[in-house]
Design a protein around this ligand. Structure first.
Ligand code: GLU
Length: 472
């Protein structure tokens, strides 16, 4: 059987990195076996629906180089791929279960359920629907329908025994059947519950591996009972641990946690994001961190997904991103960085700008950061920290180094990187200093900080006049 996985987001127009991480796992499980990766839109909660959300999902997966084999915009043979367009399908299967005696119409009103809830509350017991409508006779049912009473369809759960499902990550999950409520499959408005729709869709779409967040794990025995009721083969279940924020809480839009698009708009490369995310909860067999998508497809082994929750760590993501930026060739890099670069460069040549941007390629951890990094080229004054000021006064040779360096620079017949580079050796000879005492004073005087790109490049780009001024 061909491996088929599906990504089943709600169309909220927002993809936080936890969802994207799940999609990546789904994609990799499918592609590792040469299988299909399906996009299904779970829009049965119509309130959360956002205009344009489907294109947004395509766009996001596209940017991450995850090809969708079938989905709403490229339908295959098992569509529709949007749940709200499948209502007649859910109805048909729910009715079938009723006919088989494995589900029943429930006419209980919201008020009746409220009363039952209140009684359970009083007894300090968890509320569970008592199944009273499963005892209605056919005449009673017909009568109620004739009277226009609204109903839902509930699944009849076994009252005894244990249900067990096997999960690739979590092993066997067992539940006492006595705690399983007769769950609603179809609501009175004709919409299915997630619990029902996911089973029907996964079966009809020939999904072989269901990969989803572990918040669904405890419910999975219920879904399995549905497969059994229909006599269908259940898929392989792979529940994945949550991605937590650095504060240990669940990631959420409300907490302002990063979404893929936020990161993308800040200048994180999709390749770096994917590489970082795949390692949240999965570890390769070899001791290695940097992977292209093709390499991930080869290396991915679902048996190496971990049970423990993973923490999102922006510092680690920056580390990956910096690595990926460094690996871009100059042309690709300039294409990437220019949209983020917002300094006023009307009085600069385009060579100067390209040179400046390239100088910082190895120092950048995300696109927007470029503007902070190049501040020293645009400000008239620079800030030197107290600590660095103290360093400048820490040795009597330092003022001499700075003075000599300034004189030698001033003497240069031409302002180019090679000539500038030669000055440092002259100063080294003349002042008889090397290492930190030689470089640091100059760096601090011209940029305010102790780190930066290659000194001659930096000096060249700042320009002779400004540099001489700063060295005064
Ligand atoms: N729509 C569900 C979600 O976004 C999908 C769960 C699943 O993959 O089955 O959480």
């Amino acid at each position: 059987m061909k491996t088929r996985t599906r990504f089943a987001p709600s169309p909220t127009g927002f993809m936080h990195i936890g969802n994207l991480r799940t999609a990546i796992f789904e994609y990799l499980v499918a592609k590792h076996d040469g299988g299909d990766f399906i996009l299904r839109i779970e829009d049965t909660d119509q309130e959360r629906k956002v205009e344009g959300a489907i294109d947004f999902i395509y766009n996001t997966l596209n940017l991450c180089h995850m090809d969708i084999s079938e989905g709403p915009n490229n339908a295959g043979e098992v569509g529709p791929y949007i749940q709200s367009e499948r209502l007649d399908i859910y109805k048909k299967y729910a009715e079938e279960l009723v006919k088989m005696g494995k589900a029943y119409y429930c006419f209980c009103t919201e008020e009746t359920l409220e009363e039952m809830r209140a009684i359970a509350d009083k007894k300090k017991k968890p509320f569970m629907y008592d199944g009273r409508c499963s005892h209605l006779t056919q005449e009673e049912i017909d009568e109620k329908i004739k009277n226009g009473e609204k109903y839902v369809i509930r699944q009849k759960m076994p009252k005894e025994g244990v249900s067990v499902v096997h999960d690739v990550v979590y092993g066997d999950v067992r539940v006492e059947n006595s705690v399983l409520e007769d769950q609603i499959l179809l609501k009175s408005d004709g919409y299915p519950t997630y619990n029902f729709a996911n089973v029907i869709d996964d079966h009809l779409m020939h999904i072989t591996h269901v990969i989803r967040g572990n918040e669904y794990l405890a419910q999975t025995p219920k879904y399995n009972l549905l497969y059994e009721a229909f006599g269908w083969e259940a898929p392989t279940y792979i529940h994945v641990p949550m991605v937590l924020g650095s504060d240990g809480n669940k990631l959420s839009k409300r907490n302002g946690d990063a979404s893929f698009m936020d990161l993308y708009n800040e200048g994180y490369l999709p390749e770096a994001i994917v590489n970082y995310l795949v390692l949240l909860g999965w570890s390769p067999a070899e001791n290695r961190e940097v992977y292209t998508m093709d390499e991930l497809i080869k290396a991915f082994d679902m048996n190496r997904i971990s049970k423990s929750p993973a923490s999102y760590d922006i510092k680690k993501l920056r580390w990956f991103n910096a690595k990926y930026i460094k690996n871009l060739d100059d042309e690709k890099y300039l294409e990437f960085i220019k949209p983020f670069f917002t300094k006023d460069v009307t009085d600069k040549s385009s060579e100067w700008v390209d040179n400046l941007l390239i100088t910082y390629k190895d120092h950048l951890s995300y696109g927007k950061e470029i503007n902070d990094l190049v501040d020293i080229f645009f400000n008239d004054t620079i800030n030197i920290s107290e600590e660095n000021k103290a360093f400048l006064e820490s040795d009597p040779v330092i003022p001499e180094v700075i003075k000599t360096y300034r004189e030698e620079l001033d003497k240069l017949p031409s302002w180019d990187i090679n000539s500038i580079a030669s000055v440092i050796d002259i100063v080294k000879e003349k002042c008889n200093v090397k290492g930190k005492l030689l470089y640091m004073p100059i760096r601090i005087k011209i940029s305010g900080v102790e780190h930066g790109p290659e000194l001659p490049n930096e000096i060249y780009l700042i320009g002779k006049e400004k540099v001489l001024d700063r060295l005064k």
